[in-house]
Design a protein around this ligand. Structure first.
Ligand code: UDH
Length: 288
């Protein structure tokens, strides 16, 4: 019965007109502050539109993109609660079809942002045929809804500045941290993130090198559109700076094809379709 209902709603959707290239109800610059509260960010109507696992499709038109938002996560409950509400409001205005995946690292393993991104992509692509994967930090809120969460002919780095960097652009020209977007083909070509970066640092630099070695370039939106507000947080105990990461960055090409999304070994301890997002609990596979 479930399946029949699902199929018929999909059939109906393909009869809908394509959503306009420019979403008509965007507001542009939003007034978002690092001190934003749960109450301020909540838009009840956007939450009522969701189906299980935090998924959405525009009711009156066929979306131009089907985006999986993948959020590497641990122990930032206040952030995730705010970020997902903000995303539901903005992504519905952008007329996207989307699903939100919160990918949590199980204790006691050190945090590994790249491995979680890859595990999120592997899971999302098994659930639905997404046309765009966006890997998203939990503490960063977009401040302009013209920053469309769609993919393009090249991988996208959506961030041009953040309150984290005093709004002063990005910290260095080759920076690709925070939020990046890939089509499934692009993600497969670069073989996703490395799975080897435990602790804080450099997995994003490794990704930048992968993109370059694969003959692609990261593109960014216009500077004023790609500004983010960072929610404040203290340094995490289980995400210590990784002293080996700089060494790893030096030999990306030697291992790019053996270390990534296609070769990842992980354990999925949980997969839950919650109201506002799909939650995954991920561990490393010991018996490699
Ligand atoms: N993350 C978590 N939980 C953790 C660690 C990381 O959810 O315990 C995720 C989260 O999505 C976060 C992302 O990984 O947004 C990046 O981690 P971060 O926010 O700690 O990274 P950031 O660049 O580092 O903000 C701030 C510490 C600066 C250290 C400077 C060392 N030279």
């Amino acid at each position: 019965e479930h399946l029949i209902a699902h199929t018929s709603s999909r059939q109906n959707r393909s009869a809908l007109p394509l959503c306009p290239e420019q979403p008509p109800h965007l507001v542009g610059k939003m007034n978002i502050k690092p001190t934003i509260t749960l109450q301020e960010v909540t838009n009840e109507e956007s939450l009522r539109n969701l189906s299980y696992g935090g998924r959405y499709a525009p009711p009156y038109c066929q979306a131009r993109e089907k985006t999986a938002i993948i959020i590497p996560y641990r122990d930032r409950k206040e952030h995730i609660d705010i970020l997902v509400r903000h995303l539901h409001t903005v992504l519905q205005r952008q007329q996207l079809e989307y699903g939100i995946y919160v990918v949590e690292m199980a204790l006691p393993t050190q945090f590994n942002r790249g491995l979680l991104a890859n595990a999120g992509v592997r899971t999302a692509r098994g659930i639905s045929s997404y046309t765009c994967y966006i890997i998203h930090d939990v503490d960063s809120l977009m401040t302009d809804d013209r920053n469309l969460y769609r993919c393009g002919s090249q991988p996208i780095h959506f961030m041009t500045g953040s309150t984290k960097y005093k709004y002063n652009g990005i910290p260095y020209p080759g920076f690709h941290g925070g939020i990046v977007g890939f089509t499934p083909e692009q993600y497969k070509t670069v073989n996703g993130f490395s799975n080897l970066y435990f602790g804080w640092g450099s997995e994003d630099d490794d990704l930048g090198i992968r993109v370059q070695k694969s003959g692609m370039i990261f593109v960014r939106p216009k500077e004023e559109i790609g500004m983010y507000v960072a929610l404040p947080h203290v340094r995490d105990v289980s995400n210590q700076e990784n002293p080996n990461s700089y060494g790893l960055v030096r030999n990306v090409s030697a291992r790019q094809m053996q270390d990534g999304v296609e070769t990842i070994r992980f354990k999925r301890f949980a997969l839950e379709y919650q109201q506002l997002y799909t939650w995954l609990l991920i561990g490393v596979k010991e018996d490699v």
